[in-house]
Design a protein around this ligand. Structure first.
Ligand code: PLP
Length: 388
């Protein structure tokens, strides 16, 4: 087994346990399900997947079809599209989920003796991807006094720049996995200030925003406000169609880059095309094609946006109720704003505790020695009640 505590490995154990007849509580994977464990799906997505099932059987362009990429930008930025994209050197690539987008940039860094900067509490797969890409990673404690730890991040930037000329900060915002923390306006100002401060002629500090949960934020993404400005570093976005459109297994996403120059855009785009050709060959034409058709239908887009609001509220209700249950049982948890997960603080070792819970057929994800993540997105309230 590659890693006993990898989320998909834990989920596999839960599935096997269930197959032997056990009543299992599977709170490990970030897939959004209703109270009966059926994946939340969206009628417009199902409609277009069905309609276009045999339409996109050919290979896709290595970097993904241009109409798909353009539609993703419009979907994301919507009314802010003009202001965000004006006068920018935009890199666009279709990818195998948000994972593929993160992989592409980490690989580029690894191939150029660069490094990535991760927070200690994060989506654990970043570490796996960095390892796969042979990219050095630096970490800093995510929180200080319950706020985003900018000082810790700055220390990591300084340390990484002593050994590397190109580094990439990885920020998963809004609704960070697993804490669900969303950065404030002031934190964004300070983050962009840091980026400006440490970018020099000899040193490059770039940033990737992993926006996998952007549609599950209760507020308009603050990030967009800062994307509108001009910056002298590369800003990447890792877009995932998995969570937003409920198509996890179709492996569909995109890498979007706001590149500091046309030349830089060409260099990175060529490198990423080469990585894609030599690994996945080309992204999933069927999934990208179905989404492009949906994006071309204004009514379907409107339905999709409305349904997302409905589902977000449904999840919020379940999470609020879950927090009440935890509180009533004196179980401490990290600040929760919105999103798929709640992270509880443990006084016992979280890995040992998770092992014990597994023996009771409860499958959760230990994130560090004292934190366990509960995927409220895929549990019923009855199940949450059993966990305490
Ligand atoms: N980023 C974060 C923070 C995630 O939690 C996930 C999936 O759980 C992903 C990216 C990857 O999603 P996908 O590759 O399915 O788009």
């Amino acid at each position: 087994m590659a890693n006993k505590y990898d989320i998909l490995e834990i989920s596999e154990r839960a599935k096997n346990d269930k197959e032997t007849g056990s009543v299992v509580i599977n709170g490990c994977v970030g897939t959004f399900r209703n109270d009966y464990h059926v994946l939340i799906s969206f009628p417009s997505v199902s409609e277009y997947l069905t309609k276009t099932a045999t339409e996109y059987l050919n290979y896709s362009r290595i970097l993904g079809p241009k109409p798909y990429l353009s539609s993703v930008l419009h979907w994301l930025f919507n009314n802010d599209y003009q202001e965000i994209t004006r006068n920018k050197n935009i890199l666009e690539a279709g990818t195998i989920g948000g994972t593929g987008a993160v992989f592409d940039v980490f690989k580029y860094l690894g191939d150029n003796s660069g490094a990535v900067i991760l927070s200690d509490i994060c989506w654990p797969n970043y570490f796996t991807i960095a390892r796969q890409c042979k990219t050095t990673s630096y970490t800093y404690p995510l929180f200080k006094d319950n706020k985003f730890n900018l000082k810790g991040l700055e220390d990591s930037i300084i340390k990484s720049l002593e050994e590397h000329d190109i580094v990439l900060i990885v920020i998963n915002d809004p609704c960070q996995n697993p804490t669900r923390y969303s950065m404030t306006d002031e934190e964004y100002i300070n983050l962009f200030y840091l980026l400006n401060k440490y970018n020099t002629k000899a040193k490059n500090v770039d940033i990737i925003f992993d926006i996998a949960y952007i549609e599950f934020s209760s507020k308009k993404p603050i990030l967009y406000k800062y994307l509108k400005s001009n910056y002298n570093f590369n800003v990447y976005l890792a877009f995932s169609a998995s969570k937003t459109f409920g198509i996890y297994g179709l492996r569909c996403g995109a890498l979007i880059g706001f590149m500091k120059s046309k030349e830089e855009n060409e260099v990175v785009t060529d490198a990423i095309a080469d990585v894609a050709r030599g690994s996945i060959s080309s992204p999933n034409a069927g999934a990208m094609g179905a989404l492009t058709s949906l994006f071309n239908d204004d009514k379907a887009v409107e339905d999709m946006r409305n349904k997302l609001i409905e589902e977000r509220n449904y999840l919020k209700e379940r999470a609020t109720r879950s927090l009440q249950i935890l509180k009533a049982n004196s179980i401490d948890f990290l600040p929760y704003d919105s999103g798929f997960f709640i992270t509880i603080k443990t006084s016992k070792n979280a890995y040992a505790l998770s092992d014990q819970l597994e023996k009771m057929h409860i499958y959760l994800v230990p994130i560090s020695d004292s934190l366990i993540r509960i995927a409220v997105c895929s549990l019923s309230i009855n199940e949450v009640e059993i966990i305490p």
